[in-house]
Design a protein around this ligand. Structure first.
Ligand SMILES: [Zn+2]
Length: 178
């Protein structure tokens, strides 16, 4: 592949904090579920708590794998995985929602930053659809487009200062005002 590059610290921070919040949320659910399970009909907090802990561990693994990669494609993959698992964590409370937001943002950021850093290699500012034609022939001067005589309307080549038909100056119309 192309040149490797260092993982982004913002992604690592967002992902780590997000995963930690998901873990905290899940552990809280789990503790709550274990304490109140005998009183409540269902065991939902326990299930969602266990699920959340597993998700948090997977998210941390994604962050860790992202941090270990210098291949942009691998970084994109782990960033995407982090965002997906962060979305799953919503079912377990999403780390008080903030954990989901942070980790999801981190995962998306990982993908975006890879593209941003790859972009300068590709010409993203002046595409083929640009109005300015690409210089052909290597000359610095723009290709001759010709000019229409302001007096008689004759179509003249660009490099002729006077009209080929009536010898009127190219800027005759602007010169008459003075
Ligand atoms: Zn003319």
């Amino acid at each position: 592949m192309v040149m490797g590059r260092a993982p982004e610290s913002e992604v690592l921070a967002l992902g780590a904090v997000g995963a930690f919040l998901v873990l905290a949320n899940a552990v809280g659910d789990l503790a709550l579920g274990l304490v109140y399970a005998p009183l409540s009909a269902g065991a939902d907090p326990v299930i969602s708590g266990v699920f959340g802990v597993i998700l948090a561990i997977i998210m941390m693994a994604c962050v860790g794998m992202y941090g270990a990669q210098d291949d942009p494609d691998e970084q994109k993959g782990w960033g995407t995985a982090l965002a997906i698992f962060a979305a799953f964590s919503l079912w377990t409370g999403g780390g008080f929602l903030a954990g989901f937001v942070l980790a999801f943002t981190g995962g998306i950021l990982a993908v975006i930053l890879v593209h941003v850093h790859e972009a300068p290699l590709v010409d993203h500012r002046t595409g083929p659809s640009s109005s300015k034609p690409p210089p052909s022939g290597g000359g610095p001067a723009p290709p001759p487009t010709g000019w229409a005589c302001p007096k008689c309307g004759w179509k003249n080549p660009a490099d002729t200062p006077l009209c080929e038909q009536c010898r009127t100056s190219r800027d005759w119309w602007s010169g008459t005002g003075r």
